[in-house]
Ligand binder design. Structure first.
Ligand SMILES: [Zn+2]
Length: 344
């Protein structure tokens, strides 16, 4: 039998939400059980016994269609439907002679949000996924990393983007931990900062294989992919900025789609700066001084002995929306003024 990892606090919360009892009373009952059994059972074990006494089934389902709040580490063959909140770009990894591709995103439903990790062929699909899309995931398994649950989807699972018969109305507010830059530490793998762009470095471009997207290496006169041989390379890119929130500043890198989102331009426009870098000056000026919300992870750059931030999500107030909002406010103010004039 598979054991599911339900924490003490989760068990207490489950009992509290299903029975009409206070948290204090539940915890008192658990403490009594602990006293009764002495050192024979753990606090968690005592909580399980108390849940049984209240008639609360702690594991509602071990697989099948689940709400996000009911997903537990250790489950397999999970089906879930969620709305996309953040998309992290496709990455390649090499580990013990094995290489592959991985992408992750955050999905949410009415009950909560969770990270979804896609492997290999599933990961490639992330390039077609946009914020706000509905995803239907089947045949996934659940892991826990850094105390956070994650749904993983490999070859045996399935991923459907915007299935026609699935809708999600309101989604639970996604709460990523907000930190000030000064307090960032290497262990912060999924946090959010709110900072002002104080420096923008020129975009960096690198050659990739047009078939698989892997880095293409210079060979003779041209370029070569480990898998596809000699290729005429495509280009990938990144942008570094210095982000400052008043506590400190941190170098922050934006890869591919996130670089485009940061600048609010399309790929063709950015690629022009590869051969005409002077044109980028205009983008730099536009970006400097903007305050943005950046989700990401901290990376220790050992070469420079400094912490850097790798963006995994970005939230920029849309200037067009802001203008529309201001115009609406102004016209409603004018309307009010006119009314008061007419009434006097
Ligand atoms: Zn290739």
């Amino acid at each position: 039998m598979t054991m599911f990892q339900l924490s003490y606090e989760e068990i207490v919360e489950r009992i509290r939400s299903e029975c009409n009892v206070s948290e204090a009373e539940i915890k008192r009952n658990i403490d009594e059980k602990l006293n009764h059994f002495g050192s024979l059972i753990s606090r968690n074990g005592a909580a399980h016994i108390v849940a049984q006494e209240y008639g609360v089934k702690l594991i509602p389902a071990t697989s099948g269609r689940l709400q996000i709040k009911n997903i537990l580490a250790g489950m397999s063959n999970v089906e879930v439907v969620g709305k996309v909140r953040f998309v992290n770009p496709l990455r390649e990894f090499v580990k013990d002679d094995r290489s592959g591709r991985v992408a992750s995103l955050v999905i949410a439903d009415e009950t909560g949000s969770i990270r979804l990790v896609l492997w290999n062929d599933q990961a490639v699909k992330v390039e077609r996924v946009r914020d706000g899309d509905i995803l239907k995931v089947e045949g996934a398994y659940v892991r826990e990393r850094n105390g956070q649950k994650e749904i993983h989807l490999g070859e045996r699972g399935s991923l459907v983007i915007n299935p026609p018969d699935e809708h999600i109305e309101g989604v639970a507010e996604f709460s990523r931990k907000r930190k000030i830059i000064k307090e960032l530490a290497e262990a912060d793998q999924d946090v959010e900062i709110m900072a002002t762009v104080v420096q923008v470095f020129e975009p960096r471009f690198f050659e990739v294989c047009p078939s698989c997207g892997k880095r293409a290496k210079p060979k003779d006169e041209g370029f070569e992919c480990d898998v596809h041989g000699a290729v005429s390379p495509a280009y990938s890119y990144l942008i570094n900025i210095l982000a400052d929130d008043g506590s400190e500043s941190i170098r922050t890198v934006f890869f591919r789609q996130l670089a485009l989102k940061l600048l609010g331009i399309d790929e063709a426009t950015l690629l022009k700066y590869r051969e005409a870098p002077d044109g980028f000056e205009e983008q730099r000026k536009r970006l400097l001084g903007n305050t943005i919300k950046i989700a990401g992870r901290v990376k220790n750059n050992t070469m420079f002995n400094r912490l850097e931030f790798v963006a995994t999500g970005i939230d920029i107030p849309d200037p067009d929306n802001e203008i529309t909002r201001l115009e609406t406010e102004i016209s409603s103010l004018k309307g009010e003024k006119k009314e008061t004039e007419e009434n006097s």
